[in-house]
Every structure is written in structure tokens, then in C-alpha cells.
Design a protein around this ligand. Structure first.
Ligand code: SAJ
Length: 412
């Protein structure tokens, strides 16, 4: 496949990764059919409407839909290339849940005729690309499975910068065979300005898990430092900022815990394949998962009187996104409502129109920032840009817990 040659690509899963990937493939001139089991998502995408917040995506999606380059469907359609970007959460006991990939594989199997390329983008434990081939082979024994190529092309983009990073980041591509690697690399070279690095499927699967585990361990180190700094009476952000001036030190930022569907999940996939060896990775996960409890302790220390108002700023899993999945802020909000039943608990989240049921049921109200600045205690849980000026607006009596360091005093 040369640049500019039109192929039909079926992208399965129109979430945070599949939809932007479909958009950049369409922008590169390919014909794209996006597939999602959710009829509402299919309807919205078909109208060129975005169902999540991501800078630059709204206009880009509208364009490729208007130009007829991207259409949406509830079921896979026959195509030259399939890109699978469905969730890989974990089950109880942190066991990887591959059911979405298995369902997608079996659905794709129905429209294969032989000779296609199937690329798995979902972050997966080593061996999943091979499992896809086996699921498809068992679903369609009539097919010559060796004529179909399978590769892993892990997505590595940062929410909030997806369209930029999809194009600019280097890409890892690993096939079950050298031919599969080669074919998948050609697909990515149609839109990727970074290097497309070729390896085998199992290595590509491991690389992606290593990247996110590395980040999780680094954040766990920062979170552990925040507890130590608290005990010894130093400002953790100042300590980290100064330490990072060393040419070989780069500590990330502490926060209220690690959330989302990647960093808090993927390290478990690595631990899953070698539980006896993954001691540091497992400990890092526990350190980060325990951080919300520490935030609750900081709130307790404020020693609020009954009838006080507690305002929680930010519910998303990180700054400037609307994604609440796995957000430590949600868990903290729930615990605050349970732990301080005599207080009024309000939340500010400019990226959503309504609270998730779990917070509504806990008696929390969604309010705007004007109401929150009069609270007795303000807890900054997410460093959205819109919160930067809040300290200047707080009432004199308001006590502050800043879990992100967004409002820390600049060094004099
Ligand atoms: N966080 C901190 N401190 C930091 C950085 C992040 O507490 O210094 C927290 C965030 O607030 C959030 C969580 O960690 O709760 C994860 O956020 P993130 O920005 O680190 O990562 P994600 O989950 O948005 O995206 C990661 C990225 N991986 C790496 O940077 C190695 C992205 O490139 C991947 O594509 C993505 O996971 C994925 O889909 O796997």
C-alpha cells in the first residue's frame, strides 16, 4: 500500500481511541467505517457529532463525515483492514477482561473472506493478538486463517492531545508474522509523522504495558514522597521541582490518586503474567490506590464543625478532560459524603452537565464555581485550567486542601 492509495478500513470501537484513529485515517484519504455496539454512538458519529470532549476533534470529525470519508455502523462490514480499539478493563482480582476483544474478533470473523489485515490497538496482555487469530479461526473454520495477517499497534496517545499525538508520536507495530508487521506498518505510515518501529506482536504488547507501568511507578514515587513530605513538614512540589533540576532526575507529580482506564489498569496486565516477579509494579499500584485515603485524612484534619460546606473541585480523572472513568476524585467525593454526614457536600465539574448517579445518591450537588468559593473547605481534586484563579476568589474563612499543587505559592 502506498501513500494515498485508498483502502477500506473498518475501525471497531468508536471511543477515545477508535474514533480519533478513524478520523486521522480518513483525513489521510482512506475510506473508514467506524463500528460501535452502542446505537447512540453510531447515530451521533453519523451526524458528525462527538460524544466526548477532545480538543480539535469536533471539527475534524464533522469534516470527514461531511466529506463522506467516515461512516458509522453497528456491525462490522467487509473491509481490507480492521482496527480493533475496544476496552480492556480488569475483572475482580485484577484479572484482564478480554471479553470485548473476543466479541469484536468473533464479529469481525463474520465478514472476513481471507487476505485481510487485522490490527489490535487495545492495550492487552502478551499473547492477545495470537488469541484474536485463534478466536477468528474457531469462529470461521472455513477460512484460510494463514492468509489473514494479525498485528498489534498499541495506541499511545494522551487524552487532551490525542489528534496531535496520533500523528506525531512514534508508533510500535508488531505482527504475528513479518508480513503482518510490514502490512500494519504501511497503514500507520499513511498518517504517522513519527517513526513506525517494527517488532513482533508479543514485544509490542509488552512495550505498551511497560510504558504505562513506568509512569505508574514514577507517580507512585511522587505520591509516596507527598506522604513523607507531609510528615517532615516540607512542600512536596517544591522538593520535586528542585530535585528535577538535576539533569538525571525527573519525578512526576503527586495527586489524589491515579485514575483513568490506562495507567491504573495496564500495570496489572504485566503483574498478571509474572505475579511473583512484579513486586515493584504491584506495590506502586497499591501506593497509588491508597492515595485517596490520605486525601480523606487531610480533610479530617480540617476539623470542620457540623453544618459546614465542603466543595470538591474537579471530578474528572485528570485535568481538562470530561472523562470520569476510574477517577480517584469520584471515590474521594463518595467517601467525603459518607464520612461527613453533617456537612453539605458540593462538587464543581465544568466538563459535565450532571453528576454520576453514585454521587447524586450520596447527596452531593453539582454547583458552579461561584457557589463553591464560599465553602468552609475547598478541596482541589483536578487541576483544570479554569480553577487556576480560584484562590483569589475564596472567602476569608475558607480552608484549602490542594491535592494537585495547582495553587501552591510560587517560590520566592
Ligand atoms: N497523574 C498524576 N501525576 C502525574 C501524571 C498523572 O497523578 O504526574 C495521574 C492523572 O491525574 C491521572 C492518571 O495519573 O489520574 C493518568 O493520567 P496520565 O495523564 O498519566 O495518563 P493517561 O491515562 O491519560 O494516558 C496514558 C499515557 N501513557 C503514558 O504517558 C506512558 C498515554 O500516552 C497512553 O496512550 C494512555 O495512558 C493509554 O491509553 O494507555
Amino acid at each position: 500500500m502506498n501513500e494515498g492509495i485508498l483502502v477500506h478500513i473498518c475501525v471497531v470501537g468508536l471511543g477515545y481511541i477508535g474514533l480519533p484513529t478513524g478520523v486521522v485515517l480518513a483525513q489521510a484519504g482512506q475510506k473508514v467505517t467506524g463500528v460501535d455496539k452502542n446505537p447512540e454512538v453510531v447515530a451521533q458519529v453519523s451526524r458528525g457529532e462527538l460524544h466526548f470532549v477532545e480538543p480539535g476533534m469536533e471539527e475534524a470529525l464533522e469534516r470527514v463525515v461531511t466529506d463522506g470519508l467516515l461512516t458509522a455502523s453497528q456491525d462490522p462490514v467487509a473491509a481490507d483492514v480492521f482496527v480493533v480499539a475496544v476496552p480492556t478493563p480488569f475483572r475482580d482480582g485484577h484479572q484482564p477482561d478480554l471479553s470485548y476483544i473476543e466479541d469484536a474478533s468473533r464479529a469481525i470473523a463474520q465478514v472476513l473472506s481471507g487476505g485481510e489485515l487485522v490490527i489490535l490497538e487495545s492495550t492487552s496482555p502478551p499473547g492477545t493478538t495470537a488469541a484474536m487469530r485463534d478466536w477468528i479461526a474457531s469462529e470461521r473454520p472455513d477460512l484460510d486463517i494463514d492468509s489473514i495477517d494479525f498485528a498489534h499497534g498499541p495506541e499511545r496517545v494522551l487524552p487532551g492531545r490525542i489528534l496531535i499525538e496520533l500523528v506525531q508520536n512514534d508508533r510500535i507495530v508488531g505482527g504475528l508474522t513479518p508480513r503482518a508487521t510490514q502490512r500494519a506498518a504501511e497503514v500507520y505510515r499513511t498518517f504517522c509523522a513519527g517513526s513506525v518501529l517494527e517488532t513482533d506482536a508479543r514485544t509490542a504488547e509488552a512495550v505498551k504495558l511497560v510504558e504505562n507501568s513506568y509512569r505508574d511507578v514514577n507517580i507512585a514515587f511522587a505520591n509516596e514522597l507527598s506522604l513523607i513530605a507531609d510528615r517532615i513538614g516540607v512542600d512536596v512540589w517544591e522538593v520535586i521541582e528542585l530535585a528535577n533540576h538535576h539533569p538525571r532526575v525527573n519525578v512526576l507529580n503527586p495527586g489524589p490518586g491515579v485514575g483513568g482506564h490506562c495507567i491504573a489498569v495496564d500495570p496489572w496486565f504485566l503483574a498478571h503474567v509474572a505475579p511473583d516477579l512484579a513486586r515493584l509494579i504491584t506495590t506502586a499500584r497499591h501506593v497509588n490506590d491508597d492515595k485517596p485515603q490520605h486525601v480523606l485524612d487531610l480533610i479530617r484534619r480540617a476539623d470542620l464543625a457540623d453544618g459546614s460546606t465542603i466543595a470538591l473541585l474537579g471530578l474528572a480523572f485528570k485535568s481538562n478532560v470530561d472523562d470520569l472513568r476510574g477517577s480517584p476524585a469520584i471515590a474521594i467525593a463518595q467517601s467525603v459524603a459518607e464520612t461527613f454526614p453533617g456537612s453539605t457536600v458540593v462538587a464543581v465539574e465544568p466538563f459535565v452537565d450532571e453528576l454520576p448517579p453514585v454521587l447524586r445518591d450520596a447527596g452531593i450537588d453539582l454547583v458552579d464555581i461561584d457557589r463553591a468559593v464560599d465553602a468552609d473547605l475547598v478541596v482541589l481534586l483536578v487541576d483544570h485550567d479554569v480553577f487556576v484563579d480560584v484562590p483569589q476568589r475564596l472567602a476569608d474563612h475558607t480552608v484549602v486542601v490542594d491535592t494537585r499543587g495547582q495553587w501552591r505559592r510560587p517560590r520566592s
